[in-house]
Design a protein around this ligand. Structure first.
Ligand code: SAM
Length: 324
């Protein structure tokens, strides 16, 4: 399979580094603001992501963080806010001009934020497909709007690399477009559209499958939002194609013997007459107390056909607190 499209991608982001392009590829969500954090305007203009990968809950105890595909550096600054250690955030990018632009942006950030030192960020030239990072060395790895550009073989390799560098129980946090509709081959093969995060998306099921095939035992769907429309007036399609974006956290937990735990926001509520319901698989349900469950557990509960257990649909908004 040809990987020539990767060069087009590099060229697109070389141009986006040399001349900030507001709204270039992604940006549908407001910028994460934190107390005492002043994000330079240039970083906001170079926000080429489609959600946030920065979640305080992932970032306790000064974690070691890896960010792949740095863009203007905004999310690295947000990560550094939590990490606050020299070289606490490793930033990797394959495009020299993007690394230079982000370096300038970190200098700017240092002027605006008394708590921030540019040495908190360790910028390295490198490729998502061959990370210049040691095995099992990172607590939290992130990428925003890069992996959707990759075709299947490269996506598999990029996920394998993230898995390799994460410590056991480490977290891979990602934000990417997904698409449930069929994207015509002519759009999929359009290298520029792919680079702009518009035509490489997988369905959510395929995306999750790629993650779990890489070995991640737990997956959380944290957000799912409308993203873009490709319509006949502007693109080579005879139908409207609806694209969404997702925020996902994949945890390097051991793979359960009965398959991965994928939390999509399903919740089970026991509303029977007993003091509790025990499914004898590690879940205790107290009356009328919601318990977030993974899709596998939701399916097992449903197959019991009980009249006193309610199982919600996926909310696509899972923020912890469940049991698998
Ligand atoms: C869509 S932009 C996203 C930038 C940033 N994550 C954000 O949210 O603003 C993709 C980024 O990945 C970089 N990139 C492209 N191909 C790459 C590769 N093979 N390995 C590492 N970085 C790459 C680009 O230079 C660019 O910085």
């Amino acid at each position: 399979m040809s990987t020539a499209y990767l060069e087009t991608t590099r060229n697109v982001y070389k141009a986006a580094a040399e001349k900030p392009d507001v709204g270039l590829c992604c940006t549908t969500t407001p910028v994460w603001q934190l107390p005492g954090l002043d994000v330079p305007v240039i970083m906001q203009q170079m926000n080429y992501g489609c959600g946030s990968t920065v979640n305080p809950g992932d970032l306790v105890n000064s974690p070691k963080i890896l960010y792949v595909g740095v863009g203007g550096g905004m999310e690295l600054l947000q990560f550094a806010y939590f990490s606050r250690q020299i070289k606490g955030v490793i930033g990797i990018d394959v495009v020299d001009e993007m690394l230079e632009a982000s370096k300038r942006n970190f200098n700017e950030a240092e002027k605006l934020n008394p708590w921030f030192k540019k040495e908190f960020v360790d910028l390295r030239k490198g490729d998502a497909l061959n990370l210049p990072v040691e095995d099992n060395s990172v607590d939290c790895a992130a990428q925003n709007c890069l992996f959707n550009i990759f075709k299947q073989a490269e996506l598999k390799q990029a996920l394998k690399e993230m898995y390799r560098v994460l410590k056991p129980r480490g977290r891979l946090v990602m934000s990417d477009p997904i698409c449930e509709a069929e994207i015509p081959e002519i759009l999929r093969e359009d290298e520029k559209l792919r680079a702009l995060c518009l035509s490489g998306s997988l369905t959510l099921k395929e995306y999750i499958r790629m993650i779990t095939d890489a070995g991640f035992g737990t997956v959380e769907i944290r957000a799912r939002r409308p993203y873009r429309i490709l319509g006949p007036a502007n693109y080579a399609t005879d139908r409207i194609i609806f694209i969404e974006s997702v925020e996902v956290c994949a945890i390097k937990d051991p793979m359960p013997s009965d398959g991965p735990c994928v939390f999509t926001g399903k919740t089970a509520i026991y509303y029977g007459q007993e003091a509790m319901f025990d499914d004898e698989k590690g879940h205790l349900f107290l009356p009328n107390q919601p318990l977030a469950v993974c899709d596998k557990t939701a399916g097992a509960l449903k197959s019991l056909n009980r009249k006193d257990i309610f199982i919600s649909e996926s909310t696509w908004f899972y923020d912890g607190g469940g049991r698998c």
